[in-house]
Design a protein around this ligand. Structure first.
Ligand code: NAP
Length: 346
């Protein structure tokens, strides 16, 4: 077995932080050596600071770790960040400046021109931005990479498959986002029970802009964004985990239904430790994908796509689903770290 990297988690007591801890159990390349959260938690053993909300109990290897404040130094080689965007920007920069690779879930740096917004299967070449980032920000060893918004993660992969083959003209997307996407305690049960909320603060601008950067072209040390437009409406629905996106798309080139399905199903996965066997799983079951039945496909790392049909107004429509705290958050960040090691950047 190769070297094990020591990882620290910022926001370790939160919804995504807990998922990091769960997914890192038994990982071949990473061991958790540092946990950090707010002043409310700092100084306490993790088991005391954290209201654990995942199945099973708090893993033994983290129970006694003393939670640290979110400032460098931390006893680790790599920092995973799942901090609220209010504190992420300043904190992630401080860690990168102190020499740590920072692999972030937060929205704070996603759209900065010198920061890769990564989906390893789609745009690993965007890691070329790190050279620019280091020069521009004066980082010596450290850097920041980000993964997409959890709702964008559900539909960017099928869009990537279509964009590569046929080009995308425009997209209309309606997201149905799980309760866990709001963190803990999130939305009040009085608000979400028997209800659909047609507003998630700050979400629609992210869903309307991130895919174009992800599907952009890396050249001359920068990313030229893909030139399609996205119109989005984002809803919070009474589902615990799993974001669903209803998508309508116009293509630049003509494609048959078979072409469209083939483009999605043949999009390759990678062979990193956390890579699912299938990056995109296509289903022709009329009533799928469904969050409860499909969010755990590929251990939560696969995007499930169904309901692919020609549309009366756009060229095609489909429904895409991903697990928001696994592929949409902690799982993606871990995959990004595996990619960085694979590329020799860490
Ligand atoms: P959460 O459940 O509210 O957890 C927030 C974490 O950050 C907790 O560990 C909390 O520590 C810590 N924290 C809060 N305020 C802090 C402060 N002022 N200083 C230091 N630490 C502070 O939120 P979450 O859902 O895990 O989301 C974390 C980040 O990931 C957000 O940026 C979110 O947008 C992003 N994200 C979330 C999802 C998802 O599905 N939930 C998906 C993708 C991305 P204490 O316990 O000590 O308060």
């Amino acid at each position: 077995m190769g070297k094990k990297y020591r990882v620290g988690i910022l926001g370790a007591t939160g919804t995504v932080g807990q998922r990091f801890i769960q997914l890192l159990q038994g990982h071949q390349q990473f061991e958790i050596t540092a946990l950090a959260a707010s002043d409310r938690s700092a100084g306490k053993p993790y088991a005391e600071a954290c209201a654990w909300k995942l199945t099973g109990s708090i893993p033994e290897n983290v129970r006694e770790i003393a939670v640290m404040p979110i400032e460098p130094p931390l006893d680790c080689d790599i920092v995973f960040s799942s901090l609220p965007s209010t504190v992420a920007r300043e904190t992630e920069e401080a860690f990168a400046r102190a020499g740590y690779p920072v692999i972030s879930n937060s929205s704070s740096y996603r759209m900065d021109e010198d920061v890769p917004l990564l989906i390893p299967e789609i745009n690993a070449d965007h890691l070329g931005l790190l050279e620019t980032q280091r020069q521009k920000r004066g980082f010596s060893k450290g850097f920041i990479v980000t993964n997409p918004n959890c709702a964008v993660m559900s539909f960017a992969p099928p869009l990537a498959a279509l964009h590569r083959k046929f080009g995308i003209e425009s997209v209309v997307v309606t997201t149905m986002q799980a309760i866990s996407g709001a963190g803990y305690p999130g939305v009040s049960s009085m608000d979400i029970t028997d209800n659909v909320l047609p507003y998630i603060a700050g979400e629609e601008p992210k869903v309307e802009t991130e895919a174009q950067k992800i599907l952009g072209t890396f050249a001359n040390a920068s990313v030229e964004k893909a030139d399609f437009s996205v119109s989005a409406q984002c809803f919070r629905v009474n589902v615990l985990d799993g974001h669903t996106a209803s998508v309508r798309v116009d293509l630049k080139q003509t494609a048959t239904l078979e072409d469209v399905v083939e483009a999605m199903t043949e999009f390759p996965s990678l062979s990193l430790h956390s890579s699912p066997e299938k990056f995109i799983e296509f289903t022709d079951e009329p009533s799928r994908p469904q969050p409860r039945l499909d969010r755990d496909n590929g251990k939560g790392m696969t995007i499930t796509v169904g309901r692919v049909f020609p549309d009366n107004v756009f060229d095609y429509r489909f429904v895409a689903l991903s697990h928001n705290t696994v592929r949409g958050a902690a799982g993606s960040a871990i995959l990004n770290a595996e990619l960085l090691i694979d590329k020799g950047i860490i």
